[in-house]
Design a protein around this ligand. Structure first.
Ligand SMILES: [Zn+2]
Length: 100
């Protein structure tokens, strides 16, 4: 993986998939690419601040947290799911809007 500095044409909120943080890029933004040149993600300033070894640690921590989330989702998906219909959801949303 290689991280390069690129000019930032968008002022939108950005997401660092290496560590999972949201951030607002400045005039330039760091972007990570695979060896093949394929774009991976924008990289947050906190990741840049901790350097290459720190980035590796942050990526491993993120992977661990994603594994925990994936495991929790698998457990929840195996349980019974009770959900309102979309129509009911829309009606209650309209009522809440009217009461505001
Ligand atoms: Zn990051």
């Amino acid at each position: 993986m290689k991280i390069k500095i690129e000019s930032n044409d968008f002022e939108e909120k950005s997401y660092c998939h290496l560590c999972g943080s949201a951030f607002h890029p400045a005039e330039v933004v760091a972007q990570a690419y695979k060896e093949s040149g394929e774009y991976i993600t924008n990289v947050c300033p906190q990741c840049i601040a901790v350097g290459e070894r720190g980035i590796r640690l942050r990526m491993r921590r993120r992977a661990e947290s994603l594994r925990a989330i994936a495991s929790e989702l698998e457990k929840l998906a195996a349980e019974e799911i009770e959900s309102p219909s979309l129509d009911r959801f829309k009606i209650i949303n309209q009522i809440a809007k009217a009461l505001r």
